[in-house]
Design a protein around this ligand. Structure first.
Ligand code: NAP
Length: 359
C-alpha cells in the first residue's frame, strides 16, 4: 500500500484514525487530538449519526464539527474505512464514541479485517457473552487490539489494573464498588435529612442522572460494567448471570417519563425504612456492584459498615475495590470521577497511544 501525500498530517504521524461520535466524549477527544500528545496521530474520518466526512490526507480536528455541519446528509461506514485504507498509515484505528448498538455490532468485523478498535461504547463488551467471545476471536485473527479502557470507570485505570494483576499471576478474590456517578451521589447524600425523591430531583437538575432517571436507578448500566469486569477477570458470565436489584418500584416502571416524574415520592417510604434499618446497625446504604471469587455477580442496595471504602465516598465518585491474593488484607482501591468528557476522552487517547508501545 503506497502512502498518499499527508498534507495535513504531521511528518511523524503513523496512526490514522476514524472517529465515530462527536458528542460529549467525541468532542472532548477532538480537542485532545489537537494537542502535542497526539502528534503521531491523524484523523482521516469522522461521523455523527447523520453525516460524515473523510479525507485520507487528514482532517484538522478543530474543523470537524463545522465540516460535518456542511456535509451532505448520509452515513456509510465503508467510505470511512476506505479513507483509513488509503491513508497508508502503519496503524488504522476506529474509535467508537457512540452508544450505538449497530456500530458495536460491527466491532468484530473491523477487528477481523485488521483495524484496531478503541471504544467508549459498552454495547459490544457489556452485552451478550457471544459478542465478547467474537471480539476476542476477531482481534486474534486480525492481529489487532481492542481498547476498552473508557468503558469502565471512564478515565480510571480499572481494566488495565485488573489485567496487570492477572498477567502477574494474582487472583481476584472479590471486586466491589460503586460504578455509577449518579447512584454514588444519591446515596452519599441520603442521610435522612431530605427525602430520596428530593435528592433525585436535584440530581436530575444537576445533570447527574440520565434525563429518565430510571435508566440509572434500574442498574442496567452498572450491570454492563460489572459484566465487562467479570469477563476481564476470567468469568464467562452472560447477561442473565448478573443479579440486578432495580431501585425502581414495579408500579413506576411502565409509566411515561412525565408521569414517572410526578410520582417520585413513591421511592421515599421503602428507602427511608431501609436507611433506618441500616443506621440502627451503624451501617450506610450504598448501591454496590459485587463479584466474588466464584463469579457470582450482584448489583443492588447494600448495607455497608463505616469502615467499607464505599462509606467514605464523596460527590459522584466511582469506586473499585479489588481484593486479590496479594491484596488480601486491604483491597486495592481505585477511586475518582467515573464519568466526564475529558477523562473519558483521555482513556480513548491512552488506548490509541498504547497501540504504539514497543513499536
Ligand atoms: N459522557 C461520559 O462521561 C461517558 C463516560 C464513559 C463512557 N461514555 C460512553 O461514551 C459514549 C458516548 O457518550 P457521550 O456522552 O459522548 O454521548 P453523546 O453526547 O450522546 O454523543 C453520542 C454521539 O454519537 C453519535 N452517533 C450515534 N450513532 C452513531 C452512528 N451510528 N455513527 C456515528 N455517530 C453516531 C451521535 O450523533 P448525533 O449527534 O447525530 O446524535 C453523537 O455525536 C457512550 O457509549 C457512553 O456510554 C460516556
Amino acid at each position: 500500500m503506497s502512502a498518499v501525500p499527508r498534507s495535513l498530517a504531521p511528518a511523524v504521524a503513523d496512526t490514522a484514525l476514524v472517529l465515530l461520535g462527536t458528542g460529549v466524549v467525541g468532542g472532548a477527544l477532538l480537542k485532545l487530538l489537537a494537542t502535542p500528545s497526539a502528534e503521531r496521530l491523524y484523523l482521516v474520518g469522522a461521523a455523527n449519526s447523520r453525516r460524515q466526512i473523510a479525507n485520507a490526507r487528514g482532517i484538522v480536528p478543530a474543523q470537524v464539527v463545522a465540516q460535518l455541519g456542511q456535509a451532505e446528509p448520509g452515513r456509510d461506514d465503508a467510505s470511512l474505512l476506505a479513507a483509513l485504507n488509503a491513508s497508508g498509515a502503519a496503524r488504522r484505528v476506529i474509535i467508537d464514541a457512540t452508544a450505538s448498538a449497530d456500530e458495536a455490532g460491527r466491532h468484530a468485523d473491523w477487528l477481523a479485517a485488521g483495524y484496531h478498535v478503541v471504544s467508549a461504547n459498552k454495547a459490544a463488551t457489556g452485552e451478550a457473552l457471544a459478542a465478547w467471545d467474537a471480539l476476542k476471536l476477531a482481534s486474534h485473527r486480525g492481529r489487532v487490539s481492542y481498547g476498552d479502557a473508557a468503558t469502565v470507570g471512564a478515565g480510571l485505570p480499572v481494566l488495565s489494573t485488573l489485567r496487570r494483576l492477572r498477567d502477574c499471576g494474582d487472583r481476584l478474590l472479590a471486586l466491589d464498588g460503586v460504578f455509577s456517578g449518579s447512584l454514588s451521589w444519591l446515596f452519599n447524600q441520603f442521610d435522612g435529612s431530605r427525602p430520596f425523591s428530593a435528592l433525585l430531583r436535584e440530581a436530575r437538575a444537576f445533570g447527574y442522572t440520565e434525563p429518565d432517571p430510571r435508566i440509572d436507578l434500574g442498574g442496567a448500566d452498572v450491570a454492563r460494567k460489572l459484566l465487562i469486569l467479570a469477563r476481564t477477570a476470567g468469568h464467562a458470565l452472560d447477561v442473565a448471570d448478573v443479579e440486578v436489584e432495580s431501585l425502581v418500584p414495579a408500579q413506576l416502571r411502565g409509566l411515561s417519563l412525565d408521569e414517572f416524574l410526578t410520582r417520585l415520592e413513591e421511592f421515599d417510604a421503602p428507602l427511608e425504612q431501609r436507611r433506618q434499618q441500616a443506621a440502627a446497625e451503624g451501617k450506610l446504604l450504598r448501591f454496590l456492584a459485587r463479584l466474588d471469587e466464584k463469579g457470582h455477580a450482584r448489583i443492588g442496595l447494600t448495607e455497608v459498615a463505616s469502615t467499607h471504602p464505599a462509606a467514605r465516598l464523596a460527590g459522584a465518585d466511582n469506586l473499585f475495590a479489588l481484593t486479590t491474593q496479594r491484596y488480601r488484607a486491604q483491597p486495592l482501591v481505585i477511586q475518582g470521577a467515573g464519568a466526564g468528557p475529558e477523562v473519558t476522552a483521555q482513556a480513548l487517547l491512552g488506548d490509541v497511544l498504547a497501540l504504539r508501545v514497543g513499536v
